[in-house]
Design a protein around this ligand. Structure first.
Ligand code: NAD
Length: 386
């Protein structure tokens, strides 16, 4: 019998379950690169479209775990030494958490978690786990690769358009009873003809490029792994061999790089200094890829015309985090990958990985980040330990 410790975001303030806006969600048959969608054995413990990422939703895991005699602890109390998470950690075999409400598995916590064998991210992005410490302690780290990549790509496209067209301030004018056209449009532009670049063209970055192609923009990218020549040709992509080269020529930049020690603060004062005045920066990758205060300075000086995204550090962000109040921003809490559509896929993938682990069958390589003491699978392609 295993002990599964699952950290999820709190229930809606309005109670659980919420009143859903729709009765069904589309069935997605497969992912664009041919990867298959999650395929756990047996029945799912939820209806796709239900809110399962919060505490009462339990990712729909209880029916399977209970019927197989495993213990499931679900909590949102994750920070500080007296948190419920810390109290249960020493006895846990598996820790599950979502990047939206991350249970930070630091080296100190991993050292205390003597039984821990699997750190499972319900979603994508396992930087809340100290990957080096996990590797050193023989802890496997897995995530549900591709589960919400398209959810995030859609959010990026929305944020690009809302910043460039000055949507959010104009919406505020309408909400407040105004009709101040000149105030709305004095920061509003067309995206058409602009240069758009993504730093990282993995599952999300490439999906963003594909979605922006019909807007008649010039598309650029940087990634240490170059895309196949036919994809570069199809999208008419300009490849840059460094992020610095890309930021000099782009009007809109999308940051989609995983966070690991050497990508922390990739965007600092030096990087902003290279950009054109009035660049837009979108970051749905991780907050720590940017120097927090350098972003504020770049917006205040006009180097950045706008900054938008959903990722912060730490999470949840404190009430006085400067990104909540800086000018020209389109920030939201970490939600882009947590749409009900995304949740259905990452909850099913979480069950698939748990079944693999508890029943002794292999976890798909594309779901692996760390295994057998080193980076593995997607982790070996997308992360570095330093
Ligand atoms: P992916 O593994 O498919 O792609 C990652 C890409 O990053 C790879 O192509 C890799 O070569 C590239 N890369 C690695 N190091 C780089 C560097 N130093 N500079 C530039 N590129 C680099 O992952 P994905 O599905 O595209 O997700 C990317 C990231 O987005 C995740 O790691 C996660 O941090 C974030 N994410 C956020 C949300 C959200 O809800 N906001 C949801 C999913 C993922």
């Amino acid at each position: 019998m295993g002990k599964i410790l699952c950290v999820l975001f709190p229930d809606p303030k309005t109670g659980y379950p919420p009143e859903y806006a729709r009765d069904t969600i589309p069935v997605i048959a497969g992912y664009p690169n041919g990867q298959t969608v999650p395929s756990p054995r047996g029945k799912l413990g939820f209806q796709p479209g239900e809110l399962v990422g919060c505490v009462s939703g339990e990712l729909g895991l209880r029916p399977y775990l209970a019927s197989h005699g495993h213990e499931l602890i679900v909590t949102s109390d994750k920070d500080g030494e007296n948190s419920e998470f810390d109290r249960h950690l020493p006895g846990a075999d598996v820790v599950i958490s979502q990047p939206f409400w991350p249970a930070y598995l630091t080296a100190e916590r991993i050292a205390k978690a003597k039984n821990l064998k699997l750190a499972l991210t319900a979603g994508i992005g396992s930087d809340h786990v100290d990957l080096k410490a996990a590797a050193d302690h023989g802890v496997t780290v897995a995530e549900v690769t591709f589960s919400n990549s398209i959810s995030v790509a859609e959010h990026v496209v929305m944020t690009v358009l809302s910043l460039v067209r000055n949507y959010l301030p104009s919406h505020e004018v309408a909400n407040n009873g105004g009709w101040d056209i000149a105030d709305c449009v004095s920061r509003s532009y067309d995206l058409e003809g602009m240069h758009f670049g993504t730093i990282a063209a993995g599952r999300i970055g490439l999906a963003v490029l594909r979605r922006l192609k019909p807007f008649d923009v010039h598309l650029h990218y940087y990634d240490p792994h170059r895309l196949p020549a036919n994809v570069e040709k199809e999208l008419n992509l300009t490849y840059h061999s460094t992020p610095q080269d890309l930021v000099k020529v782009c009007d809109v930049i999308n940051l989609q790089t995983p966070l690991y020690p050497s990508t922390e603060h990739m965007f600092d004062d030096k990087m902003f200094a290279l950009m054109k005045r009035g660049t837009y920066l979108i970051n749905t990758a991780r907050g720590k890829l940017c120097d927090r205060d350098a972003v504020v300075r770049a917006l205040e000086s006009g180097k950045l015309a706008g900054y938008g995204g959903d990722v912060w550090f730490p999470q949840p962000a404190p009430a006085d985090h400067p990104w909540r109040t800086m000018p020209h921003q389109g920030m939201v809490p970490h939600i882009s990958g947590a749409s009900l559509s995304g949740q259905a896929r990452y909850a099913a993938g979480t069950l698939e990985v748990l079944q693999n682990f508890l029943e002794g069958t292999p976890i798909r390589p594309e779901y692996l980040i760390v295994d057998a003491g080193n980076l593995a699978g997607t982790g070996a392609n997308s992360y570095k330990l330093a």
